[in-house]
Every structure is written in structure tokens, then in C-alpha cells.
Design a protein around this ligand. Sequence first.
Ligand code: HEM
Length: 178
Amino acid sequence: MKGVIFNILEELVIETAGIVAWNSILEKLELKGIYTAGQSYPDEELFALVGEISTSLNKPAPEIVGHFGEYLFHQLNQRYPEFTTQQTDLRAFLKSVHDVIHVEVRKLYESPNLPTITCHEPDEDTLVMEYRSPRQLCILAEGLVRGAAEYYKTPIEMTHPVCTHKGADHCDLVIRFL
Ligand code: HEM
């Protein structure tokens, strides 16, 4: 995972729990905590940080990951505002993640690890995002979608009926526009 993701996780922990909490998390994991935005670090290091944040804040790891996804969206949007300014509504934005945004991410960062996302629209109120990734960060994807819905001030209902954590070969994020 790229250093930028670690940088944003650090910002979130410092903002919500303080610098002392962040330093003690790093100390427990014997990590230096110095991450350069464009450099890649082992996924296991991110998962270990999430595990330790979950223990120290006494919250389940999926809750931390989901909340981080929301926060991550707003932070990425501040760093790269062109992606939301190019798309006038939430549906168009979500449909552009795989073929536009993550394609640009490949130009901005060297060899990023990105998921495969395929969208289909079973009816006019529904968008299904099929998520595939060996990192199984579907809860992060859910959080990113919620962050985008907040940004576009668009009320949605999201379900996640098909999930690799329940043995499926991909995840379905079913987004209903209310
Ligand atoms: C709702 C919108 C988005 C969704 C659902 C989404 C989904 C994801 C997910 C789930 C990952 C984790 C990697 C994996 O699962 O394999 C990821 C990575 C990433 N995404 Fe997106 N993304 C969204 C918007 C954006 C935007 C707006 C940017 C802005 C540039 C962005 C840039 C990145 C970057 C830099 C990574 C990390 C790559 C790495 O660490 O190697 N994404 N995305």
C-alpha cells in the first residue's frame, strides 16, 4: 500500500485520539511511522496498524476500516479535487472510479495496488459495484462510497450481500439512490 494511505491513517488517528495514542501504537508495533506518499509499504503493516488502533480504541477493526474509508475519501478529494469536479453527480463519479480515477492513479504513482471494480445498473435507482481485490478491502470501499455520497450530498442505501469474507469470489456493493 502506498505511503499516502498511511499518511492519511496517521492524520485520522492524531485527529481523533491524539499524537500520544499514535506514537504508542507505533511503539507497540516497533514501527518508525515514517511514510513517503509515493513509496509502497507492506499491506501487512497497514493491517497491523488497523489491528492495534482497534485494540487501543476498543472498537472492532471493520468499524475502524469503514470510518477510515470515509475519511480517506475526503482527504484524497482534497489532494486530487479534479476527479470530483469532472463528475457532476455521485452515480457518474462512482462509475468513473475504475476507468478514470484509478487509471490516473497509475500515472501518479508507480505500480499502485488497485482493485478491479465493474459497475452495472440493474434498474434506474440502483448501481452495483463489483469489487475484486486480493487485499479484500471491501469495507474500505464501502467507506469511500459513503464519503463520496456525503460530498455529493446524495442520500443512498448500501448493502453488501455478496462478500469474499463470506466465501464468495467477489463483493457486490449494491447502492440504491433514494
Ligand atoms: C468511491 C470512490 C473510490 C473507491 C470505491 C475506491 C476504492 C479503492 C480501494 C478499495 C482501494 C484499496 C486497494 C484494494 O482494495 O485493492 C483503493 C486504493 C487506492 N485508491 Fe481508490 N477508490 C475510490 C476513489 C479514489 C480517489 C478519488 C482517489 C484519488 C486519487 C483514489 C486513489 C487511490 C489510491 C492512491 C489507492 C492506493 C493504491 C496503493 O496503495 O497502491 N481512489 N481504492
